[in-house]
Design a protein. Sequence first.
Length: 286
Amino acid sequence: MVAISSSRAPPAGAAGHAKLTALLSKPYPAVMGILNITPDSFSDGGQFIAPESALAQARRMIADGADIIDIGAESTRPYGGPEPVSADEEVRRLQPVLPEVVSLGIPVSIDSMKSAVVAWALDAGAFMANDVWGLQRDSGMAKLLAERHSPIIVMHNRERVDGDIDIMQDIVAFFRRSLQIAANAGIALGDIILDPGIGFGKTPEQSMTALARLDELREFGLPLLVGASRKRFINSVSPSQPHQRLGGSIAAHLVAAQRGASIIRTHDVSETVQALLVAKAIWDKR
């Protein structure tokens, strides 16, 4: 029988953040809306760099059913060519946007690999960090999150793509290193979410493998987040530009939901919420 996993709560005996516990209590995956306030993100770079445009997009995603907004001010461009920015520049971009989004009353996460930026964002009202290097790039990140008792999304990443490796073995080994770093710093197990990093350091085939075998990561007993939205692997199956990949994104996210994802990260909130609701209604009839 195909069904959405009901095992979404933090591990038994692990003290999870109240907002995270609430997000994971839904009968279908929570939906995280992507808000990129960057000029060079692969899909929507520059669209929401102006604060008024970013705030309008945040309000639209909330109205469309987003459960959480993930705000990033530095593009990580999984397909190469990101323009690194300083922590000061990230904060400058975030200052007119993040506190205003927080004031809308929805949980906010900060998408940054820099502990200085995450510290500023937490002070401004964000409750969770989304680290595309899974605590393995900035040595101060784990200590900061432990001190703040803030949840963390640990994403798998690689410096270089290697099509010859078993990507699932690599993801598992990466997560084990990240979890050891978290444990050493004192981060509560119930505050950790794992993300296989679709599109990051992977061939298109490896991204699809990570989706197809997502349920293997349930061995960690932790919630899983999947962000396949508009990623390039879709183009390898059905040639398309990022803005033309809604159908492929939804297909990937429904597969992720079937295989145990607790949170879906997407550019297209309304369509994703509808797809998850309809899929659950159908699966519940089995």
